[in-house]
Design a protein around this ligand. Structure first.
Ligand code: GLP
Length: 255
């Protein structure tokens, strides 16, 4: 009988320790493979991770210049230059600090006239880059990954999505708290796009993520919790702080 591979859980006492550990993990992967293809998320959670990763690059621990990145998703209907776009978020928190040229950073464009063609372009670009080596994920409070929202079905490939109300609310901070300004739609990598990454690390911090983290580790696989599909992948690490681990029976901080 084949061995059942489970996601590896790493519990840290707080978000800062989790961010430092993930930054070290990614930096070490880049030291081993300087032309790593890295999938990246946005949100409040990865800000500390991007800060730590930039600091390691600035200290000369590793070189970022050979890396190619693909961001998971982008709002539909706003241009890349919009101050609330995910592209701008990444430029602010990571790319400007590590000096990564725009030619090595890949985004879905939110201002295209043909979103379906844009999604197909993105899939081709990922394939042309040789696939994603390490995909970093956050998780929504409703269990979404990227913008793959809970519901009766999930999409395999990069696609256009209507955001759920709770997802728009949690993204309102990027629009100065103005919920009305948050686009209703987005473009997102699909579930198969994500699951084809060679390895995946999900970062979750804070009490609001605790229930989803516990369910994704030990519940069944369901479209109502898109993150539960990570159970289908054989190389997944879940990096959490103590608050996000608080609903996992018997979870103790090992670091
Ligand atoms: C957005 C992104 C997700 C991200 C989520 C979590 O909806 N599309 O990729 O995981 O936010 O955000 P936060 O880290 O702010 O909780």
């Amino acid at each position: 009988m084949s061995e059942i591979v489970k996601a590896r859980l790493h519990v840290y006492p707080n978000g800062g320790a989790a961010a430092r550990a993930l930054a070290r993990h990614v930096a070490d992967a880049i030291r081993v493979k300087p032309d790593l293809v890295l999938g990246l998320p946005t949100g409040r959670t990865p800000v500390g991770f991007y800060h730590e990763l930039s600091a390691l690059a600035e200290r000369g621990y590793f070189e970022f210049r050979g890396v190619t990145t693909f961001n998971l998703d982008e709002f539909l209907g706003i241009p890349p230059s919009h101050p609330s776009s995910y592209r701008r978020f990444m430029e602010t928190h990571l790319f400007s600090r590590v000096g990564l040229p725009a030619s090595q950073t890949n985004f879905l464009a939110g201002d295209v006239t043909d979103p379906e063609a844009e999604c197909e372009r993105y899939e081709r670009a990922i394939a042309r880059a040789g696939g994603i080596d390490v995909q970093i994920l956050g998780i929504g409070t409703n269990g979404h990954i990227g913008f793959n929202e809970p519901g009766p079905i999930l999409q395999a490939r990069t696609h256009r999505v209507t955001m759920r109300p709770e997802t728009r609310r949690s993204n309102a901070a990027l629009f100065d708290g103005n919920l009305g300004a948050v686009p209703r739609e987005a473009l997102s990598m699909g579930m198969a796009t994500i699951l084809q990454a060679r390895s995946i690390v999900l970062l979750a911090t804070g009490q609001t993520k605790a229930s989803c983290v516990a369910r994704l580790l030990s519940g069944g696989i369901t479209t109502e919790l898109p993150a539960s599909f990570l159970q289908l992948h054989s190389a997944v690490d879940i990096v959490v702080d103590a608050a996000a681990a608080s609903a996992i029976p018997g979870a103790v901080s090992e670091h």
